[in-house]
Design a binder for this molecule. Structure first.
Ligand code: COA
Length: 573
């Protein structure tokens, strides 16, 4: 029987909400199910509402879905936040009886499990409350408990065998309570494990680090910042296995400056940060563009402005990535939409940076950074890796022209130590041989040369599209929002609606041709994005004159499919 079940766990930061969701996800993936997670937690280390949701299915999961089927509430706050979503057919598992009162919920199966009491009084370890709850979940819904135990072992053995045993005991206690008081839930049950697929289970930030490694990146220089830090942490495990190096810099500027230096010296290099870090790195973006040094800058967006909401989703750094740095600074901006995309778009970012010798931004976001998916194991033989055009002395004694004017704007690059390849990498306006010069003809020629590199970018990374050849409503979306749109499209097309969708990966320069062709197919264009200003809608309008109906959310959470469907239906008549 096909399954599609979403379990949400809510509780206080510090109560092990995130670990519980991770255990469920790992166990289900190991048991052969498709999985996708959504996590949201406060910026505090302890306290505040934390949420972890795992969606399981037999089929490819396109988005986090519209909500949950089963909610496990570790405390009253979690119940209060989620109770309005408890419609008939859903299941509530909560800490009780006696911890807090719940209201009557018609058609909702409610299971009180004394999580706190069992953990404190019977097991003498309050921290294992989450595993009492997970034991109850396994027993109620037939979740593969042996697989869950393996996940518990793998995580907690680093603490000690006693911690592992304590958690096994908590699992058993939760399961025993359900057997003694309820039995199996009649609505939701997990089928037996199936053959494991050839997948790797990673989150968005891990996929970026894997993509960078695959692209040939051997240097990452960054300053820790939520939610980007784990790109560097994972890279620091991967890179040293080869000849790579991760440098935890003293600040954001040093992070990108060292990255530009590494690239100048001949190593594919990247930095990663979040919005506040882009503010600080801006001047260095200009240096990379002017000195024509390839560099990839991963921006894992978070809620802004200022320090804003460090752990919450927003798509509001598009303007700064498209415009960071003063003067006329060429760059490209690419956005990833899901975990697999984080891997492949990172490779695209390196390929563009290397080919065009310029800064390339890769946009992800807080929700995607933590989202875990089972992605198909990449076939490395099929992945195209592009390296920069290198200088080779031709032996005729001519002086090396680092910034030689070419039809494509790309000039051969030498590395320190290359015979005859000495030049000065400079942020000053310069002539072909790299010597500083500000004459009018040099200014015009060199600006034209640098900007010419953007002419063909649209052809390098094509937009995907789907839907009706003539659509009443066409949806343009970017980043994580594309997942909700993809699922919305499946549902709307099942209803026979004439809708279409365009999924740009390159956001800057705006893919003008693709947007114009798509606009000609559609009566009305809708552009949902998780920012206040309608940043991509504004860039599209500036580049094409085309106006999209804007659907903007800025509540710290990603779009869900049903709110996009609702807006399309309003426009559809
Ligand atoms: N037995 C033993 N230990 C357990 C356990 C159990 N049953 N369940 C959880 N734990 C441990 C976890 O291992 C973890 O410890 P570790 O970090 O040493 O591994 C700890 O308890 C917290 O559990 P976890 O499930 O990871 O998180 P949580 O759901 O309790 O939420 C966070 C805590 C994630 C919200 C919080 O710690 C955090 O990181 N907040 C964000 C901080 C941030 O980035 N701020 C922004 C700064 S700009």
């Amino acid at each position: 029987m096909a399954i599609d079940i979403a379990i949400r766990i809510g509780g206080e930061g510090g109560e092990g909400v995130i670990s519980s969701g991770d255990f469920l996800m790992q166990s289900a993936a190991r048991a052969g199910f498709e999985v996708m997670t959504f996590k949201s937690f406060p910026a505090e280390i302890k306290g505040g509402y934390a949420l972890s949701q795992v969606r399981f299915s037999d089929e490819k999961i396109l988005s986090q879905g519209d909500g949950f089927d089963i909610v496990v509430c570790f405390n009253e706050e979690a119940y209060q936040i989620n109770k309005r979503l408890l419609q008939p057919g859903k299941v509530l598992v909560y800490d009780g009886p006696g911890e807090f009162e719940i209201e009557p919920h018609a058609g909702v199966a409610c299971y009180a499990i004394p999580m706190s009491h069992i953990a404190k009084s019977e097991l003498g370890a309050y921290i294992s409350k989450n595993m009492v709850a997970m034991g109850a979940v396994c027993e109620l819904f037939g979740f593969p408990v042996e697989s869950l135990k393996r996940s518990i072992h793998d995580k907690f053995i680093k603490k000690s065998q006693a911690v592992v045993d304590q958690n096994y005991a908590a699992l058993d206690a939760g399961a025993t309570y359900v057997r003694d008081h309820y039995g199996k839930d009649p609505t939701y049950s997990f089928p037996a494990a199936r053959a494991a697929k050839n997948v790797i289970i990673v989150d968005g930030n891990q996929a970026i680090a894997l993509g960078a490694t695959t692209a040939g990146c051997r240097y990452l220089g960054a300053y820790p910042i939520t939610p980007a830090t784990s790109v560097g942490i994972y890279a620091s495990k991967l890179f040293p296995k080869g000849d790579g190096y991760v440098y935890q810099a003293e600040d954001e500027i040093a992070g990108i400056a060292s990255t530009i230096g590494a690239s100048f010296a001949g190593t594919k290099a990247m930095t990663c940060t979040s919005g506040p870090g882009i503010d600080l790195k801006s001047e260095m973006v200009g240096l990379a563009a002017m000195a024509e040094i390839p560099v990839v800058i991963a921006d894992i967006q978070r809620g802004g402005p200022s320090t804003g909401m460090p752990t919450q989703h927003e798509q509001s750094d598009l303007f700064i990535c498209a415009h960071a740095a003063h003067g006329d600074t060429p760059r490209a901006v690419i956005a990833a939409s899901n975990v697999e995309d984080c891997f492949y778009r990172t490779i695209d970012a390196f390929n563009l940076a290397e080919k065009y010798q310029m800064p390339v931004f890769l946009l992800s976001d807080a929700a995607l950074s933590l989202q875990v998916e089972a992605m198909a194991r990449p076939d490395l033989a099929k992945i195209k890796i592009v390296d920069r055009l290198r200088y080779k002395a031709d032996g005729n004694g001519e002086r090396y022209q680092r910034y030689k004017v070419t039809a494509s704007g790309i000039s051969p690059m030498s590395h320190p130590g290359d015979r005859g390849g000495t030049y000065c990498a400079t942020g000053l306006q310069h002539q072909e041989n790299s010597a500083p010069r500000t004459s009018a003809d040099v200014c015009v020629t060199m600006n034209d040369k640098r900007w010419r590199k953007l002419d063909n970018l649209e052809a390098e990374i094509e937009c995907a599209t789907e839907g009706a050849a003539k659509a009443k409503v066409g949806i343009i979306s970017w980043g994580l929002t594309q997942n909700a749109v993809r699922e919305a499209m499946v549902r709307m097309r099942t209803e026979g609606m004439e809708v279409a969708a365009l999924y740009p990966k390159l956001l800057f320069p705006v893919p003008v041709k693709a947007i114009e062709v798509f606009a000609a197919r559609c009566t009305t264009l809708l552009l949902p994005e998780a920012n206040y200003q309608g940043q991509f809608a504004q860039l599209i309008r500036a580049a094409t004159g085309i106006d999209c109906v804007r659907q903007n959310i800025y509540r710290g959470e990603p779009f869900i499919p049903k709110e996009i469907i609702a807006r399309v239906k309003e426009l559809y008549a």
